[in-house]
Write a protein that binds this ligand. Structure first.
Ligand code: ZN
Length: 406
């Protein structure tokens, strides 16, 4: 396999998580009587441009790009994040009713509604019907397509180039990152601004977040590699901010390569920190497997110990993270009999691979757990604070970046 950005041959493995089903392929009871599809989950690092990427699996790309109906608008903190961002962009870029805003992967309109409310023309690009329907109900126009160079050029020809292009948590999920970036170039107005948010590879390695790796997440990005991809598409990065979302993300600001605006010092400062951290040193990548294996072994020892001493451990949070961890560790319902999750769409289903049932959290008190393993570590404190009154004598633990009581 060759690097999806620079075409070099990929010789180095960053992490091999064995075989796993797609992380969002939740199962119904009837599916448990059928065979389940597993794909290799191996991550390579390009020694030439440092793009960290999933290894291609034969004829599986369509499965991994099939969008799971996750509704952005269901998370209050994410809605607030989107609102603050929108207000700031409207003010800083002086967006008004002659401006045009495009959001790629606009989901249920959680972000663009803030522009609609201010009568700023906008367009969401979103291939998933269920979420696009919701966006249209609140007045957000949606084009139901996958984004890439061809669509960017088509929109430009129709006179729909944008003053602001937004991409939140889409850049790391596109299979062809070069084509996507060329699409951004094509549809950006002269003088326009691109902002993209994606998880930062440095935080993934620093905090051992190997459970954020899954097939649908094609690229793991440093600022330096994104700068390189932008350069190759005739774009450049003018600024960067570090955000706490998803365990540590970057928000980058991009513009045409010929744009008059300068580069903020934050860009070179962060690239220097990435260099000092070792992101351009192969050993940093080759050591990561040991870190992931240690976490897996500690989790298994803990669960086996708890079972041996007749302690009941249950899981909380049936997210993609949990699937990666449980499948890699080989945890099944004998060690973790049930996972509770507030998302109604997941309740009554079974986790892919592990087949652990997912139930409504209202049943958690009856389960009388001695210990709750919180799988989405990024919201562990929030989950504990919701449960602790009903479960005063229960321990709460997370497994990543290390097994610990919270
Ligand atoms: Zn490369």
């Amino acid at each position: 396999m060759n690097c999806r950005h620079c075409g070099s041959s990929l010789e180095h493995t960053f992490l091999d998580l064995g075989f796993a089903p797609p992380s969002n392929a939740y199962l119904n009871a009837s599916d448990l009587k059928r065979p389940e599809l597993y794909f290799p989950l191996k991550i390579k690092v390009c020694h030439h441009c440092w793009l960290v990427q999933t290894e291609d699996c034969a004829s599986a790309d369509s499965l991994f790009t099939a969008e799971y109906a996750y509704f952005s608008g269901t998370s209050r903190s994410w809605l607030e994040h989107a609102e603050r961002y929108s207000e700031r962009m409207i003010s800083e870029l002086e967006l008004a009713n002659e401006s045009f805003v495009i959001e790629v992967a606009s989901n249920d309109g959680y972000l663009l509604k803030n522009f609609v409310e201010k009568d700023i023309p906008c367009l969401g690009i979103e291939p998933t019907d269920s979420t696009a329907d919701e966006a249209e109900k609140i007045g957000v126009p949606v084009l139901r397509e996958f984004f890439g160079e061809a669509l960017g050029q088509q929109l430009a020809q129709e006179g729909k180039r944008a003053d602001l292009i937004v991409g939140n948590n889409v850049y790391a999920h596109v299979p062809d990152i070069n084509d996507f970036t060329k699409g951004l170039k094509a549809v950006l107005k002269p003088g326009g601004t691109i902002t993209l948010e994606f998880p930062h590879l440095m935080r993934l390695i620093e905090n051992a977040q190997f459970d954020t790796i899954y097939h649908e997440h094609f690229s793991y990005l440093s600022l330096a590699v994104v700068q390189r991809i932008f350069d190759s598409a005739g774009l450049r990065i003018s600024g960067v901010e570090e955000l706490p979302t998803h365990g540590g993300s970057l928000r980058i600001f991009g513009c045409h390569d010929y744009d008059f605006r300068g580069k903020e010092p934050s860009v070179d400062e962060l690239i220097q920190r990435e260099l000092a951290f070792g992101l351009y040193d192969l050993d940093t990548y080759l050591e990561f497997q040991l870190v992931a294996d240690q976490i897996k072994n500690n989790l298994l020892s803990f669960l086996i110990n708890q079972k041996a001493t007749q302690k009941k451990v249950i899981g909380y949070g049936a997210a993609a993270k949990g699937n990666t961890l449980l499948n890699y560790a080989g945890v099944r319902s004998d060690l973790l009999p049930v996972i509770f999750d507030a998302a109604i769409a997941k309740q009554g289903k079974f986790m892919p691979g592990s087949h652990i049932p997912v139930l409504d959290p209202r049943a958690i008190i009856e389960a009388k757990p001695d210990c709750v393993l919180i799988l989405p570590w990024n919201i562990a404190e929030e989950v504990k604070s919701q449960l602790v009154q009903d479960l005063p004598n229960t321990q709460f633990v997370t497994a990543v970046p290390e097994l610990r009581r919270i």
